[in-house]
Design a protein around this ligand. Structure first.
Ligand code: WTA
Length: 656
């Protein structure tokens, strides 16, 4: 972490004045309010930020801890809160979404439009027999239709599970099966970076793999008009099923604890887990963090570049900005098409004032700008910006400084927001009008979040000393369970060694000795973070050994990478003699493609090394810390005396 006394960026007056949380005393007042009466603080916000059909009478139920319940006897509808509420407040004609396609076509969608489209789809889903509590899988491109699909599920009380368009048929099948989905919403193809990528064909393949008998229908949004196979009786066009439906639909009023969505994410075992979120608590946190962390005002133009397939696209595209009646940009494409100036051009064209992206995008755009003057941000007018955000992985101070200077013109605070699929929204983050910034630090907990750094026994460690990141008290938007596996939920997040008391984030952290600011030091489990995407090492290992003709054994570790943060490095023992030269290259390619098919392109290992064996202790345990050194290209300095076969390290270190 940088020295807090020299590299401190206080909130500039231009942002601080008029901010919803203006100045550190205002932040401290909120923290004190939460400390004095924890449940009372969240209850106050829940009344302020959420419109309830029936008000809740009890705020927090801890009787089944760690299965906490918030506002349980309150009823609401999330889509009503995002759409009807805005129209009723006179914002019907306000632009909710400025949508830009991959090839640069812009359309504007008002709150009234979105409400009508959501109601039509909600009616269509009901007409297909989808009911409250049913699970619906959404495998959609970045689109108005994708967001409307989420809102329509929320409207009828169906629990959505969005699957990122980059996941393979196999991964999609696993998610459909685990959730027992009754319906899949997809598109014929998605259009990204000038290319058409099949979605419907992948859905067809996923459903043909078996185990998805729960699925009755597939609703298809016609995006490109590309050729697709059609299963009569199962497949329906989105435009056909919605066309004749009325544009109003009574919302299903649900308990605050009703599951709004599942989102599958990687953990430390092979099988992805379906993180289950609530309706009331989740919506509250989505709204309050969007308002305070981004200081979102009615005239702001907000742009979060995430995909709706990730949690960031849920909280800060599909729900948070709409719950506040904000205006946002939604983008179909990628940052490097037609060139690496695309983001900067879109900020200029749409006069974006709040921009939220991932460090991996920033790092790759820095590289591009340094290599090509034509796409350098200085060629664009970025003066509309007032606040910048970062999410998904640690932002290294050099990238922070560049983002601050070249994108933010030295005047825009950067909110480095730490959170996870499981937390529902920001948990440690600066507030732009209050918190002095330090590059590389996510600074301080969001008011009401009791984050701490502890040792193995759950005891606080002194500032300046690294430890394990925990959240000491439950909060409204926290994960409720892992779908279908409550035991795994307990084991993963409330393990016995912490006496079941604290939420275990799975990251390491250190607090600055002087300021108490948090810096995240990375995952402490077997989860990698590649370009801000979470990947379980065991998941990739399972995919590799599933190639039973070729692979005998595999171990996967991460190594630092300048652009993607971490890169996947796989050590593989084949069922045939260790290959070298061209043969090794060909097999490595085959295995990469295989993993791409099993999980998705984002899981393809960057490095594949072959060995006659893996480094193991005499009791047969793979020594991953040694593999991490080999992956980095470091000399192994650790003790190797317990190793069965020390010579293997040299072999695994060799390139081909
Ligand atoms: C990492 C994404 C450092 C962390 C919202 C966490 C971060 C995992 C930051 C969750 C940040 C996210 N600084 N690390 N600002 N934000 N992470 O579930 O390791 O896709 O546990 O949620 O990303 O990734 P997930």
């Amino acid at each position: 972490m940088s020295d807090a006394t020299t590299a401190l960026y206080p909130a500039p007056d231009s942002v601080s004045k008029g901010a919803f949380v203006s100045g550190m005393p205002a932040y401290e007042k909120l923290v004190a309010e939460a400390e004095a009466d924890y449940a009372g603080y969240w209850a106050r916000l829940a009344r302020e930020f959420v419109e309830w059909k029936t008000p809740f009478t009890k705020t927090l139920d801890e009787s089944q801890a760690p299965f906490f319940k918030w506002f349980e006897d309150g009823t609401l509808n999330v889509s009503h809160n995002c759409l009807d509420r805005q129209v009723a407040a006179g914002l019907g004609d306000k632009v909710a979404i400025i949508f830009e396609t991959d090839d640069g076509k812009v359309s504007r969608h008002t709150y009234s439009d979105l409400l009508a489209r959501t109601a039509k789809l909600a009616n269509a889903l009901r007409a297909q027999g989808v009911k409250k509590g049913d699970r619906v899988v959404i495998y959609m491109p970045m689109s108005i239709e994708g967001i409307v699909s989420m809102q329509a599920c929320a409207r009828i009380g169906a629990t959505h599970s969005v699957v990122f368009g980059g996941f393979s048929a196999q991964s999609l099948r696993d998610r459909i099966q685990d959730a027992g989905a009754v319906l899949v919403l997809t598109a014929d193809e998605q259009q990204r970076g000038g290319k058409q990528l099949p979605l419907k064909a992948i859905v067809d393949e996923a459903l043909s793999l078996g185990g998805c008998e729960s699925v009755k229908n597939v609703i298809v949004y016609k995006r490109t008009g590309g050729n697709i196979a059609w299963h009569e009786g199962r497949d329906l066009w989105l435009h056909d099923v919605t066309e004749k439906q009325p544009d109003t639909a009574e919302p299903e009023w649900v308990s605050a604890e009703h599951p709004l969505f599942l989102l599958y994410t990687s953990g430390s075992t092979g099988k992805p887990k379906g993180v289950q979120h609530s309706s009331g608590g989740y919506l509250l946190h989505a709204a309050v963090t969007t308002k305070w962390t981004f200081d979102l005002h009615p005239d702001d133009i907000f742009w979060c570049t995430a995909d709706i397939g990730w949690v960031t696209g849920h909280t800060y595209i599909a729900y948070g900005p709409l719950a506040l009646g904000g205006t946002q940009v939604v983008f179909e494409g990628i940052p490097t098409f037609p060139d690496a100036g695309r983001f900067w051009k879109m900020i200029q064209d749409h006069k974006v004032s709040i921009f939220y992206t991932a460090p991996t995008a920033i790092r790759s755009l820095i590289k591009a700008a340094e290599g090509n003057e034509a796409v350098h941000p200085k060629r664009y007018d970025l003066t509309s910006l007032r606040i910048l955000g970062s999410v998904g992985e640690p932002i290294n101070p050099a990238a922070w400084e560049w983002y601050h200077q070249h994108i933010g013109g030295g005047r825009c605070p950067i909110v480095d927001t730490f959170w996870q699929t499981e937390t529902g929204g920001h948990v440690i983050t600066p507030l732009p009008g209050a918190t002095p910034l330090v590059p590389g630090s996510c600074t301080l907990p969001f008011p009401g979040i009791q984050a701490a750094v502890v040792d193995e026994t759950g005891k606080d460690v002194p500032w300046g000393q690294g430890g394990i990141l925990v959240i000491k008290k439950p909060w409204p938007s926290m994960i409720r369970t892992i779908y279908g596996d409550p035991e795994r939920f307990k084991k993963s997040y409330y393990p016995e060694d912490f006496k079941g008391k604290y939420y275990l984030a799975g990251d390491g952290a250190i607090r600055d000795a002087k300021t108490g600011y948090f810096t995240i030091t990375g995952r402490i489990d077997d989860v990698l973070n590649v370009s801000g995407h979470r990947m379980g090492t065991m998941e990739i290992e399972s995919a590799l050994v599933a190639h039973t003709d070729l692979v005998a054994e595999a171990a996967v570790v991460g190594r630092p990478d300048d652009t993607t943060g971490e890169a996947i490095c796989a050590f593989v023992v084949l069922k045939r003699p260790r290959p070298t030269g061209d043969e090794a290259k060909a097999i490595a390619k085959e295995l990469r493609d295989w993993v791409g098919k099993e999980i998705g392109p984002i899981a393809k290992p960057k490095d594949i090394r072959f060995g006659d064996n893996l480094p193991k202790t005499r009791s047969g345990k793979i020594m991953r810390r040694l593999l991490r050194s080999v992956a980095k290209g470091e000399a192994v300095t650790q003790d190797t005396s317990t190793l069965e076969n020390p010579a293997i390290l040299d072999q695994l270190g060799q390139a081909y």
